[in-house]
Write a protein that binds this ligand. Structure first.
Ligand SMILES: Cc1cc2nc3c(=O)[nH]c(=O)nc-3n(C[C@H](O)[C@H](O)[C@H](O)COP(=O)(O)OP(=O)(O)OC[C@H]3O[C@@H](n4cnc5c(N)ncnc54)[C@H](O)[C@@H]3O)c2cc1C
Length: 389
């Protein structure tokens, strides 16, 4: 069976790319080993899919080449995806930091993608195992499914097999292996947007407590909630910082963001309350108790020495944690690293080594922050390739 374009992976990027190419008159087939379409989209954003963000720029992404995503993002803007959402009457809402979510269900985004494909005449094949991929002047892709084995021949091959998180719903390293086989480099992968695990002596008995904090790990400072868990820390600020965290490096936490505790305490010469009680207005009592030695917490604010003020400030505003690991692929939302962008065209996502071969979406070394950026990269890179194949 011969097509202009074969896309392996019918997730966010693959389906968006497929319809974009088919609307240009190309014959397109999508192959996916999953029996059900869009499973990752269905579980995203707590079932409501944070499908893009009001503002999206290269600064919201990690990559060995931070400029690579620029061209695709410039040519497919959040308002472009929003126009698709609005045209179908899907109700959406804006949350903190410009995050755009479905009001009802992520199912509407899956339906949007499938409708676009159907209207454009894309052939969608689910439950297909993709075998060997050969390339001479065209690509020959071995397939098998319930009805037997076959071969698909295509002028162009788009790899949209996603990242490694959540293997139970179809994630695989197929795209990374295929990239290597065709001579592409792969930037080391790691779980990102993932909870961080702490060594036993740093775990606090605060499971379930969440407070706003500034958190960073050798990257930008993220001001959102930190959530204490049985094994370590999570919550949006930690998930964001986890994408920048490297083994052996500390995590910096400020539990009183935007405040200058040292100056406040030094000026508190008339405050007779004990330090622990004074701080309990701003932070949960159990958290304060776990961070300050009992004797310091019992000291009246008015009588604190400069050394005591410095100790309290360090404990609460310059808290250094030493994660031992991320919580792994089962809990990560996205993959850091992936197919090296050095040998891909930033305009078309086409390989510079193998003409006609394209990589899009999460399999590429472009990793978005939490907040709709990863789906936006799927749409933008899918649009870039779909406009070119
Ligand atoms: C729990 C969770 C919540 C998330 N929430 C959000 C959110 O709200 N907002 C956001 O922007 N991002 C979110 N993400 C990240 C986002 O889902 C991904 O970045 C995005 O889906 C990537 O799109 P993709 O098309 O590259 O990969 P995917 O959507 O993962 O699609 C890859 C497809 O390839 C198929 N495939 C894989 N291997 C093979 C193979 N060997 N043969 C055939 N087919 C194969 C898979 O079955 C899948 O259908 C979330 C991720 C998780 C895990």
């Amino acid at each position: 069976m011969a097509y202009d374009v074969c896309i392996i992976g019918g997730g966010a990027a693959g389906l968006f790319c497929a319809a974009t190419a088919a609307l240009r008159g190309r014959s397109v087939v999508v192959l996916d080993h999953a029996a059900i379409p869009g499973r990752k989209i269905l579980i995203s954003g707590g079932g409501r899919c944070n499908f893009t963000n009001r503002t999206v720029g290269p600064e919201n992404f990690l990559s060995q080449n931070p400029h690579f995503c620029r061209s695709a993002l410039a040519r497919f803007r959040p308002e472009d995806f929003l126009a698709e959402v609005e045209a179908r009457g899907i109700a959406y809402e804006e949350r903190r930091h410009g995050q755009l979510f479905c009001v009802q269900s992520a199912k509407h985004i899956v339906a949007l993608l499938l409708d676009r494909c159907q209207q454009a005449g894309v052939e969608l094949r689910w439950g297909v195992t993709v075998g060997a991929v050969a390339h001479q002047d065209r690509f020959a892709i071995a397939t098998s499914d319930g009805s037997g084995t076959g071969e698909i021949v295509a002028e162009r091959l788009v790899v949209a097999t996603g990242g490694l998180p959540v293997p139970a719903i179809g994630a695989s390293d197929f795209g990374l292996r295929l990239a290597r086989r065709f001579g592409h480099g792969v930037v080391e992968t790691a779980p990102a947007l993932a909870p961080l695990l702490l060594p036993p002596d740093e775990r606090l008995d605060l499971s379930g407590i969440a407070v706003e904090a500034e958190v960073s790990a050798d990257g930008p400072v993220f001001r959102e909630n930190i959530l204490f868990t049985h094994g370590g820390v999570s919550g949006p600020s930690v998930l964001q910082a986890s994408s920048y965290w490297r083994a052996g490096r500390p995590l910096a936490v400020d539990l009183l963001p935007g405040r200058d505790l040292a100056a406040e305490l030094a000026a508190g010469r008339t405050v007779n309350a004990q330090l622990g009680n004074h701080l309990a207005g701003a932070l949960p009592r159990r958290l304060v108790a776990s961070r300050l030695p009992e004797a310091l917490a019992a000291r009246p604010v008015a009588k604190l020495s400069p050394a005591e003020i410095a100790a309290a400030t360090a404990a609460l505003q310059r808290w250094e944690l030493h994660p031992v690991a991320t919580d792994g692929w089962l809990k990560a939302e996205v993959m850091r690293g992936g197919v090296d962008t050095a040998e891909l065209s930033s305009k078309t996502m086409e390989s510079r080594r193998v003409p006609g071969l394209h990589f899009i979406g999460e399999v590429v070394d472009v990793t978005g922050w939490l907040g709709g950026y990863n789906f936006h990269w799927a749409w933008a890179s899918g649009f870039a390739a779909g406009s070119a194949v």
